[in-house]
Design a protein around this ligand. Structure first.
Ligand SMILES: [Zn+2]
Length: 346
């Protein structure tokens, strides 16, 4: 059985810890919380800590007892009153009949961790509707019911309307923990009914400590200068640092990106690494997006030697990627633009 996380694991997010502790201490738990902040800053961990404590029969503040029936089920990710839906790994239904057959188990954390991780996608209305149906049933343990919904800023309008309807009816002892990157993509109607809990970028030293503790060999084996670069790329997100290290960004791709603007190392050198992400275009796009972000960090270092013109080329590449230009074309065009910009600068 895996051990339930301790609130001490949520480093650098004191505001969030205080908000959740206060709710537990006073018993004033909102019907909906919006945990907003950059990905990889502890939103999922924060939501899980809050959920575990709410479900526990004898919690001490945010610390679950770890021995009651609820805690035992939470630890195995099979608590029937904790429903988790993630945009990247959430349950996928082939049709409505399939959705109807799906029980609570499809929404538990155990089901989620068994799914293949990948870059985020949109939560479908069908998944959300099924989640709300299950939540409308009585609590299995007779206590709280908690739904953690990731990437809520990318939910479809119809999905947001469904949730709003549920929030307006305020089902008893039910709370929604909505995760989003910011508040911009969340409809005002949901915002006004949710307590906002902000997750801030984490200070570099703490990012480094978390990445070292949880990043495995991918982070541990990096030389100090590469680790510095990784921490700067992460911009306060330990999760981002770990993912970038695991995709091998700070090795060969970083070396190739350093030559951006010269014609000696063409974009082609990066393409095998991009394809290595898998056939899914979204996975390849994720790699290119992080490579472009690293390019920006490296260009800022080299500001005096034409870094500014390469930054313009990188910005154009970001725009192309967001406009769904195939990742490989984006890289090829970037190299051509950066070389042209450089030749004009010199
Ligand atoms: Zn307990």
């Amino acid at each position: 059985m895996s051990e339930l996380a301790s609130p001490r694991a949520l480093l650098g997010q004191e505001t969030a810890l205080q908000a959740f502790s206060a709710a537990l201490a006073t018993g004033r738990v909102a019907g909906s919380y919006l945990l907003h902040g950059p990905a990889g800053t502890g939103r999922t961990l924060g939501a899980t800590l809050f959920a575990n404590a709410l479900l526990c029969e004898r919690p001490k503040g945010l610390e679950p007892c770890r021995s009651c029936r609820a805690c035992r089920r939470s630890a195995t990710g099979t608590h029937p009153d904790l429903l988790v839906v993630a945009a990247d790994t959430g349950p996928r239904f082939d049709d409505d009949a399939d959705a109807a057959r799906a029980g609570t188990d499809r929404f538990t954390r155990a089901a989620r961790s068994a799914a293949k991780p990948g870059p985020r996608k949109t939560i479908s209305v069908r998944v959300l509707r099924r989640l709300l149906e299950i939540l409308s049933l009585a609590s299995a343990h007779g206590g709280w019911k908690v739904a953690i919904i990731d990437a809520f800023d990318e939910v479809e309008e119809e999905g947001a309307a469904l949730l709003l309807k549920t929030l307006e009816e305020a089902p008893p002892r039910t709370t929604f923990l909505l995760l989003s990157r910011g508040t911009d993509g969340v409809p005002d109607t949901i915002l006004s009914r949710s307590q906002r809990v902000r997750f801030r970028p984490i200070p570099p030293a703490t990012v480094r400590a978390i990445a070292a503790a949880h990043g495995g060999d991918a982070v541990r084996e990096l030389p100090p200068s590469a680790l510095d670069l990784l921490i700067r790329l992460a911009q306060g997100s330990p999760g981002r640092a770990i993912r970038a290290a695991q995709m091998g960004l700070i090795g060969m791709p970083a070396d190739v990106l350093r030559t951006l603007g010269s014609a000696t190392a063409p974009a082609e050198e990066l393409l095998p690494w991009v394809r290595d992400a898998g056939k899914e275009l979204e996975s390849q796009r994720e790699r290119v997006r992080e490579a472009l972000a690293l390019g920006v960090v490296l260009c800022r270092d080299a500001w005096t030697s034409g870094g500014d013109s390469r930054l313009v080329a990188l910005r154009t590449a970001f725009e192309s990627l967001d406009a769904n230009v195939p990742p490989e074309w984006v890289l090829r065009a970037l190299w051509i633009r950066a070389a042209r910009a450089r030749s004009l600068t010199i």
